[in-house]
Design a binder for this molecule. Structure first.
Ligand code: NAD
Length: 293
């Protein structure tokens, strides 16, 4: 079994980006700028945003954080986004999800200027992905593609099974893996909560991307020997042995599946780190476009 180590792959991407960003900053006379909006103070969201900001600093990207109370009316959040849209010195905008229940995510995402939508969630970018046109690809699926590329995983002609059909992970993942590209060119089965005989389908897979948010769901009985296993799941599970009081669990039962799989990502230390590397990559791309480089 070979570990698909997100730390190693993300570090390589960030090192390369750092050099490219130094050069591009010199040309533009300013660094790339990512603006994040955080609504409320959910613990997991705080951690994700802090990590994104830290990684921006490591690669030479300027970041700023707009904090709004979890009671903020939808129109005020929309106003905050419009202000960032109009600021020529902001290249990328991300609104940390999930949002409080009184705010409709769809209404918020569609206000972000598509050329600043570095999370790739805007309908224009989602449409471009479907049509195989250049646009921003959601960070988690893009990060997984970068990981497959880093480890030279052969995807052409392989059967990939994606578990989960969310707009931010499963569905775009299925599109990317099926594209006529490298990585890509897979035959893809997109599965979800209503899929029948999921264990049988999984056993036919050369590549499995598990993105359902159910800790330890994928067991070794569902995996063909030598398969490539990508674990997207991150669930906080109560753990009194940890100072924080919880540990992070993936959707894959790592202990058993690692005995059968050919390649596997760990949690933590896998897809999460690649997601951040992909977000930085998208922000750099947005900066190049904005500064006409
Ligand atoms: P979601 O809740 O939006 O979607 C879950 C999907 O799983 C749904 O499409 C549902 O149909 C499917 N599903 C649920 N139960 C199932 C079952 N028993 N069998 C088959 N399919 C089933 O979740 P999401 O936003 O896509 O996130 C999924 C997981 O990935 C979560 O743990 C989340 O925290 C994690 N995540 C990680 C990263 C990262 O950077 N590593 C990024 C985004 C999400």
């Amino acid at each position: 079994m070979i570990l698909l180590d997100g730390k190693i792959a993300a570090s390589a991407i960030k090192e390369k980006l750092k050099t490219q960003i130094t050069q591009a900053t010199e040309k533009a006379g300013r660094p790339p700028h990512l603006a994040a909006i955080l609504v409320g103070n959910d613990g997991a969201s705080e951690t994700y945003v802090a990590s994104k900001i830290k990684n921006c600093a490591l690669t030479g990207i300027k970041s700023s954080l707009v904090r709004l109370a979890d009671t903020v009316p939808e129109y005020e959040l929309i106003e905050a986004i419009k202000k960032l849209n109009a600021d020529d010195h902001v290249d990328g905008i991300l609104v940390q999800l999930p949002l409080p229940a009184h705010i409709k995510e769809e209404n918020i995402i569609s206000v972000i200027a598509p050329h600043k939508d570095v999370d790739g969630f805007h309908p224009v970018n989602a449409g471009k992905l479907m049509l195989d046109q250049k646009g921003f690809i959601p960070a988690t699926p893009l990060g997984i593609m970068l990981l497959l590329q880093h480890y030279h995983i052969e995807t052409s002609g392989k059967h990939a099974v994606v578990i989960g059909r969310s707009n931010i992970v499963g569905r775009p993942m299925s599109v990317l893996l099926s594209r006529n590209n490298n990585p890509g060119n897979c035959t893809v089965t997109l599965t979800h909560s209503r899929t029948k005989n999921l264990p049988d389908i999984c056993r036919q897979a050369d590549i499995i991307v598990a993105a359902l948010g159910k800790p330890g769901f994928l067991t070794s009985q569902m995996v063909k020997a030598g398969a490539v296993i990508i674990d997207v799941g991150i669930t906080r599970v109560k753990d009194e042995t940890k100072l924080s009081g919880y540990s992070l669990k993936g959707d894959v039962d790592f202990a058993s599946v690692s005995q059968t799989a050919g390649y596997i990502t760990p949690v933590p230390g896998g897809v999460g780190l690649m997601t951040i590397a992909a977000l930085l990559t998208n922000t750099y791309e947005a900066f190049l476009n904005n500064t006409h480089q």
